[in-house]
Design a protein around this ligand. Structure first.
Ligand SMILES: *Cc1c(COP(=O)(O)O)cnc(C)c1O
Length: 394
């Protein structure tokens, strides 16, 4: 089954206008200034540590390079348009990396004695962040992403952190259900939306207070930029995250920011192609007897599929699966021609890795996370089948 092409807001009878454009249309214009004769559509990066500042200048303009930059402003507007099309209240604060954005939310919002509920199976650096939070007196509870298990930990919580689909096991939780329960406890709800990108899932529409992501992966998609962002609608929340960025200085470089904005124009093409390739690979892997636990939220038989269909419009570029043992997995990776061995994911070139080599994730030795690029689907499937044959030959 393939993801629907249209944003759910589109449809016959609805108003004609930017809020109803489909994603493929929205991404090519998102965040661009109004057309101006003899000016470029996307102005180049502004490299400035400080700006001219007359005596009577309004201090909320561009003053100092750690506070604001016009290149950031354009990307932040673009991402706000993608996270919540047509909603002028959404603010985005960009960061130097996904971890910069995640840390900003957790460290700026939690105080000693507060309870935070994190996923037990989220991005592997969450464990390091947990240690930091506990050093500062925050009480951290964890539960797996699958089956909305974090629901059972919410009593008295100040903040609920979700990651769905979670990386690398690709389980999914029900954002709306968890957000309702967390709000009833008075907790803030943040979703790590890295894997889905705003074209695959809109956490703020599903009831989350914050959508947080690494832009390093599928969002920028070329494996040449580190970036992160936080999106939210509440001005107080946005202000506190912005103030945190200024204090710790985790600001994105203008060049990275501009490259990210330039890459957004192809986000819909890449996301569509990658999701199609991931599904084709997942189906091919499922047919192999030596491959166990093939996971991809778009796969109709996947345990996460029913929830994914309700809250996602595209299912992402990742497929995970388990080969019999470490040696088998290493033979498989070495035999691939079109799929490079690398960590990270979401790039235009397919990559894969044996996650157990990092030690952080609780996965079997033969567990592989494969990121589908934008290559031709049939070529990728042939390459993976060939490598499986080579690996099975011992
Ligand atoms: C990569 C990743 C991060 C961290 O992002 P960086 O840009 O590498 O700092 C956070 N969450 C998820 C789900 C990721 O995949």
């Amino acid at each position: 089954m393939t993801a629907p092409d249209e944003h759910p807001l589109t449809g016959p009878g609805l108003d004609y206008g930017p809020a109803n454009d489909a994603d493929g249309t929205r991404v090519v214009r998102a965040g661009l200034p109004a057309d101006e004769p003899y000016e470029p559509p996307l102005p180049g990066p502004v490299f400035a540590a400080h700006y001219h500042l007359p005596d009577d200048a309004a201090l909320d303009g561009y003053v100092y390079g750690r506070d604001a930059n016009p290149t950031w402003s354009r990307l932040e507007r673009a991402l706000a348009e993608l996270e919540t099309p047509g909603d002028p209240d959404t603010e985005v604060i960009s960061f130097s990396s996904g971890m910069g954005a995640i840390s900003a939310v957790l460290l700026s919002r939690l105080r000693p004695g507060d309870v935070a509920v994190l996923p037990a199976d989220g991005y592997n650096l969450l464990a390091a962040l947990r240690t930091r939070l506990e050093e500062h007196g925050v009480r951290v509870r964890t539960a797996p992403t699958a089956a909305d298990a974090q629901l059972a930990e919410l009593s008295g919580a100040k903040l609920l952190w979700l990651e769905t689909p979670c990386n690398p096991s690709l389980d999914v939780c029900d954002i709306a259900r968890l957000a309702d329960a967390a709000h009833a406890e008075g907790a803030l709800v943040a979703v790590d939306n890295t894997l889905a990108t705003p074209l695959g899932q809109r956490p703020l529409h599903l009831g989350a207070d914050l959508s947080v992501a690494s832009g390093t992966k599928g969002l920028t998609g070329h494996g040449d930029v580190l970036l992160g962002y936080v999106a939210c609608r509440d001005p107080e929340l946005a202000g506190s995250v912005r103030a945190w960025r200024k204090t710790v200085g985790a600001i994105p470089g203008p060049m990275e920011t501009w490259l990210a904005h330039r890459s957004l124009a192809t986000l819909e093409l890449r996301a569509r192609r990658q999701a199609g390739n991931a599904l084709a690979l997942a189906e091919a892997l499922t047919a192999r007897p030596e491959v166990r636990d093939v996971r991809h939220p778009g796969l109709p038989g996947d345990p996460a599929h029913a929830t994914a269909v309700r809250q996602m419009t595209r299912y992402g570029c990742l497929v995970s699966f388990t080969l019999p043992d470490r040696a088998h997995a290493e033979r498989f990776l070495a035999a691939l021609r079109l799929v490079g061995q690398a960590t990270s994911f979401g790039g235009v070139r397919s990559t894969a890795e044996r996650r157990a080599r990092w030690g952080g994730d609780e996965v079997p030795e033969g567990f592989i996370r494969l990121s589908a690029g934008v290559e031709d689907a049939a070529d990728l499937v042939t390459d993976v089948r060939h490598a499986l044959d080579v690996a099975a030959g011992g």
